[in-house]
Design a protein around this ligand. Structure first.
Ligand SMILES: Cc1ncc(COP(=O)(O)O)c(C=O)c1O
Ligand SMILES: N[C@@H](CCOP(=O)(O)O)C(=O)O
Length: 524
């Protein structure tokens, strides 16, 4: 007999803490509850409620059978009495004791260094690791707003005190972790994965940080802060994300773009979303200096990753990767690096998982740079003895054409603490490996090409072993960068021999010619 679903003392089984669920199950095993008026569970067909047979197994209540109220309750973390979660800005540099409230408009510490968001880890640790895992698993992908988002399913670890009504979310995150079986075999790897961060609302990982920053700005404006707009300098993805989230929030946005250095797709996004788009005759580094000046002199809020709020959202990719591997971490994560906020965000995410006991280690990080814009790589091969900004040369990986990354110190800390490495890729290497990997079903942007090229080098030098679980971070969707890929396959890139070109065959619409063409490609 199948009975209806149940509750434990009026609480849905789902929303109970694991310890309480186990207690309930033990009691049910004693059958003292099996006949209780308000407790009934689905049991195997041949068992009648109250029968003497041991309960063979228990199936937790079906999610879809819960009421909206019960689902909302199931989205809440069970917190010990008196425990609250909080976060504040602190100085990144250890010799600076600056502290600021997240509602303050501040981007640098007293001594001029960067800030970072510090959480009350003592309070967060009062919730058992198992309960965090269950909560995040319960939330991810659900439509109970905003907890289904890959970022807001981790709300207490991101922006614990923000009201749900201030959250501006496009259901970001939850991106697919592609098992790159065929391309892995080409590299002699059995456990290669690609985290498709570009399968997102604005087409890049920037959505993850922008949902947090724009939500906080919405909250601050609602509380009376004097913010007239949000602004960023961009090589195209930050501006695309900022414009989308500000449009969703009804907040004006301004983007500074280096003239003629970004893709058409990236340019049209802020135009479409209603940003004020300034195309400046300088490079990204020049735009970055100007946006810092404008945001220091006018009530315009800075949205680049220099603002550490962004990293709180971006760090959730690390948490999500662990979650997708059933709370295990990979051996390596390979990340394309430009302004270098993202590599530090990954580091923060993995460290938080480790400190709160959800995982027992952090992966080694590998940052991949374009040879034409490689300041971090140069610092790495100097043994971290020197860092010198460079004049970024043109690269097809246009989004990382950055010579003076604001987060250089953050990235170095992350790499030193994870025994990380830095590699670089030439223009031909990044385009060729992107084309090779495309042939196995991906559609890689040039930045993912940089990461794949560095992966291939780390395989060649044996640093990444054949059975290392390795995740390459694909940071943007390939459809945002079709110009360079088209030119590559047409053999029109002067930087490349296009070894993997797949030119279109243009012929008269005549069967004979079609058969000849198919034969020329060994199809017939
Ligand atoms: C597509 C893409 N990939 C990678 C990066 C590098 O990220 P970060 O600047 O955080 O190093 C960026 C932005 O800089 C980007 O837009
Ligand atoms: N590639 C970035 C450059 C700025 O990075 P940010 O993370 O500091 O905003 C972009 O897409 O603009």
């Amino acid at each position: 007999m199948i009975a209806q679903f149940g509750f434990v003392d009026q609480n849905p089984f789902w929303s109970c803490k694991p310890r309480r669920q186990n207690l309930f199950l033990r009691k049910l095993e004693d059958r003292r509850l099996s006949c209780a008026r308000n407790v009934c569970m689905t049991v195997t067909p041949d068992r009648k409620l109250g029968s003497s047979a041991p309960v063979p197994h228990i199936i937790a209540p079906s999610w879809w059978k819960l009421s909206d109220e019960e689902k909302k309750r199931a989205m809440q973390v069970q917190v010990p009495q008196g425990v609250t979660f909080s976060a504040k800005y602190v100085a990144f540099d250890e010799d600076d004791d600056s502290e600021y409230d997240l509602n303050q408009v501040v981007y640098r510490a007293k001594k001029g260094g960067l800030l970072e968001v510090q959480h009350d880890m003592k309070s967060l640790s009062k919730v058992p690791a198992e309960d965090w895992k269950d909560l995040f698993d319960r939330r991810s992908g659900r439509t109970v707003y905003p907890y289904g988002s890959g970022v807001w399913s981790k709300k207490e670890w991101v922006l614990p005190t923000i009201d749900d009504e201030d959250v501006v979310s496009t259901f970001e995150g939850n991106t697919n972790l592609l098992w790159a079986e065929r391309f892995g075999k080409e590299l002699g790897m059995t456990d290669l994965w690609v985290k498709q961060c570009g399968n997102s609302h604005s087409g890049s990982f920037k959505d993850l940080g922008m949902t947090v920053l724009v939500s906080q700005v919405k909250h601050m404006i609602r509380k009376g802060a004097n913010i007239s707009a949000v602004g960023c300098a961009s090589t195209g993805d930050t501006s695309a994300a900022l414009s989308a989230y500000c449009a969703a929030a009804g907040i004006p946005s301004i983007v500074f773009l280096p003239a003629d250095k970004i893709s058409i797709a990236q340019l049209v996004q802020p135009i479409a979303n209603g940003s004020v788009v300034l195309s400046l005759d300088t490079d990204f580094d020049g735009c970055m200096k100007l946006v810092q000046q404008i945001t220091s002199e006018f009530p315009i809020y800075l949205a680049n990753s220099m603002n550490s709020l962004r990293l709180e959202g971006q760090k959730t990719v690390a948490i999500e990767i662990a979650q997708q591997f059933d709370w295990q971490v990979p051996d390596w994560v390979v990340i394309p690096g430009g302004n270098l906020g993202n590599v530090y965000a990954f580091y923060k995410g993995f460290k938080m998982l480790q400190e709160l006991g959800l995982v027992d280690r952090v992966p080694r990080l590998a940052v991949a740079q374009a040879h034409n814009a490689n300041p971090l790589y140069r610092a790495y091969i100097s043994g971290w003895k020197t860092y010198t900004p460079v004049k970024a040369e043109k690269t097809l990986a246009s989004a990382i054409q950055i010579g003076d990354p604001v987060s250089i110190k953050r990235a170095i800390r992350a790499l030193k603490d994870t025994d990380g490495v830095v590699g670089e890729a030439t223009e031909e290497e990044l385009m060729d490996v992107a084309a090779r990997a495309d042939r196995t079903g991906m559609f890689n942007c040039p930045h993912t090409g940089v990461a794949l090229a560095v992966l291939a080098k780390l395989r060649d030098n044996g640093l990444i072993k054949h059975d290392d679980r390795t995740v390459v971070i694909s940071t943007a969707h390939g459809l945002k960068f079709t110009e360079s890929k088209t030119l590559y396959h047409e053999g029109k890139l002067h930087q490349c021999r296009s070894l993997y070109a797949n030119p279109v065959i243009r012929i008269p619409a005549v069967m004979g010619r079609i058969v000849d063409a198919l034969r020329s490609r060994s199809i017939l």
